[in-house]
Design a protein. Structure first.
Lengths: 271, 302
């Protein structure tokens, strides 16, 4: 089935519940155009990870379920697929917190990403060499046990491992969490490179609003399970509300969009 | 003096070789612990079930030895398949404790099925290997060592080498080690958990069959084999729950220590200390080296 639409991912009004009770996403809609980088921004608990897991079908393993709305990936509805089927379709999620296989070597970690593909030993080595051109640092450490590498290296391992599955689309969950600014820049450079050179579409969940938007084409801001604002990365960077709430250029002690909207409606009414 | 030394050697070697029989049982536990992080309480029942089926095929249906062994091994693969489908998959998101309880239940089911199908009486299993000293060794080295013990040692060695090669150099082995480290992450990159579980439970079933053959030949194929599997517990504590070499070495240590203690210290306690001496050793390990000799240290970056 070939997909002629311009979007590789199209999420329409999804609602997600955990344990059939806890409502994690109220109403989230978003689109990822083919070959673009889209940032999904928001604070802790806003629903970023839940959104990504709904797409990769990893929700089921956490007793979560999409209870309303539709997700369409590459022209096919996502419904009953398993995570390994999604990997087969070219959609790979890099989980929050890197999650490397600590007792495996760096190279074994990366090779494990090709598990779903039927490759010969020679093909694997060829792919591996290609991956190392993006992650030069990992090549030097290929024989080390992954658990003993640094946080930045572990993040690179996680992304390199995902790339071995030859994805059309990557879901990155907070790739820069807990990393020094220099490493954050390095990770984003690699992500941009993978996007432009390998043509991988990327949906990126981040708390680091500034860096994420500077490296994205489009952005969505979610709060308590709802999309509050979306727009091109440039327009969001220039948006006053975003500046105030997420980029720390603040006038008063406002906390979230709801407060802003409440305030605005109050001022309107008094006028 | 020479006689005493020879006697000690005999006790030691006999103990080491008897220890490989414990190792064989422990191997099955390690396989499952690696993949599901669960202590499989049904391993003893699997030993009993598999070897009773093997005897049943040979004695009730007159199927030749090799074919009966293959059939019993296939039966254990079917057991693995059913376990994955009926027990593990529905409990996929349950806690490790729930899976642990489920393995206890599975053990009872297997015990019951085995006895329903093949009866409750003790069966004799003749592997064609006697449980008596090998004349050649007795004549030349003056050591009395059982042929069955030597066979168990060889079988254990072959199995550990086979499993090592499987884990280290095959794709499915890499998948298994990945799942053992982080099942969620393994699933996120497309490693199908159910295939890995199926492989591990089938392998544990075949290992149980081999262990059952060795023990059945020595002690008769009977219900007591289920409890015998508990001897694997100190073996695992000493060797480490997640290490295949650990299971082997742990078995050797338990085998040697219990025999040597029995012979030299046993008389002071009125004998029969081999029943509890391994557990005392295990307690010391739990106190001072809880991950065992070869267990994977929990690596945590600070």
């Amino acid at each position: 089935m070939s997909n002629t639409s311009a979007n590789i991912l199209d999420i329409k009004n999804i609602e997600v519940r955990y344990d059939n009770v806890i409502l994690a996403l109220h109403d989230v809609s978003l689109k990822v155009p083919k070959g673009k980088v889209v940032a999904l921004l928001g604070a802790n608990g806003a629903g970023k990870s839940t959104t990504l897991k709904a797409v990769s079908t990893m929700l089921a393993s956490e007793r979560g379920k999409v209870t309303n709305g539709t997700i369409e990936y590459d022209g096919n509805a996502i419904d009953k697929q398993t995570p390994s089927q999604m990997v087969g379709l070219g959609m790979v999620q890099v989980l929050e917190g890197r999650r490397c296989f600590g007792h495996l070597t760096v190279e074994e970690n990366i090779i494990s990403g090709a598990y779903s593909r039927k490759l010969s030993k020679g093909d694997i080595n060829q792919e591996l060499e290609k991956i190392y051109t993006y992650f030069i640092r990992l090549k030097e450490r290929r024989k080390s046990q992954a658990a003993f590498t640094s946080g930045g290296e572990q993040q690179m391992i996680a992304v390199a491992r995902a790339m071995m599955a030859k994805p059309k689309m990557l879901l990155l969950d907070e790739p820069t969490m807990g990393l020094a600014p220099q490493l954050v820049a390095e990770i984003f450079n690699i992500v941009k490179e993978l996007n432009t050179k390998e043509g991988v579409s990327i949906l990126l969940a981040e708390q680091n609003t500034n860096v994420a938007l500077k490296n994205s084409d489009y952005g969505y801001i979610i709060e308590t399970g709802r999309v509050m604002l979306d727009g091109t990365a440039q327009s969001l960077l220039n948006d006053d509300k975003v500046k105030e709430l997420y980029l720390g250029i603040s006038k008063k002690g406002r906390k979230n969009f709801r407060d802003v909207l409440k305030e605005e409606s109050l001022t309107k009414r008094s006028n | 003096m020479v006689d005493e030394l020879l006697f000690f050697m005999e006790v030691l070697v006999g103990g080491l070789l008897a220890g490989t029989m414990y190792s064989l049982v422990a191997l099955g536990f390690v396989l499952i612990f690696k993949a599901s992080a669960t202590f499989n309480f049904s391993q003893g029942a699997m030993v009993f079930f598999s070897v009773l089926a093997f005897c049943g095929f040979m004695q009730d249906f007159n199927i030749p030895f090799v074919l009966a062994f293959i059939l019993a091994a296939l039966l254990m693969v079917v057991v693995g398949l059913c376990t994955e489908r009926l027990v593990l998959r529905p409990l996929m998101n349950a806690s490790e404790d729930t899976v642990l309880m489920a393995t206890i239940g599975l053990g009872y089911v297997l015990e019951g099925l085995a006895q329903a199908a093949w009866g409750v009486e003790v069966r004799r299993l003749d592997l064609g290997i006697g449980d008596f000293p090998v004349p050649w060794i007795a004549d030349n080295l003056k050591l009395f060592i059982s042929a069955l013990d030597i066979t168990a040692g060889l079988v254990a060695a072959i199995m550990i080498i086979g499993l090592f090669l499987l884990f280290k150099y095959t794709k499915i082995g890499l998948g298994l080690r990945a799942v053992a480290d982080d099942a969620g992450a393994a699933s996120s990159i497309g490693i199908p958990l159910k295939h890995i579980m199926l492989l591990v439970w089938s392998a544990a079933g075949v290992v149980a069959l081999v262990a059952g053959c060795m023990w059945g030949a020595r002690a008769g194929v009977q219900f007591a084999l289920v409890d015998l599997a508990l001897k694997a517990l100190p073996v695992l504590i000493i060797g480490g729950f997640s290490s295949i070499p650990g299971a082997i070495i742990g078995g050797l240590i338990i085998g040697a220590v219990e025999k040597v203690l029995e012979v030299y210290i046993g008389p002071f306690f009125g004998g029969a200390i081999e029943g509890w001496a391994p557990y005392v050793l295990a307690i010391f390990f739990l106190l001072y080296r809880p991950e065992g000799l070869f267990g994977e240290k929990i690596i945590r970056r600070v």
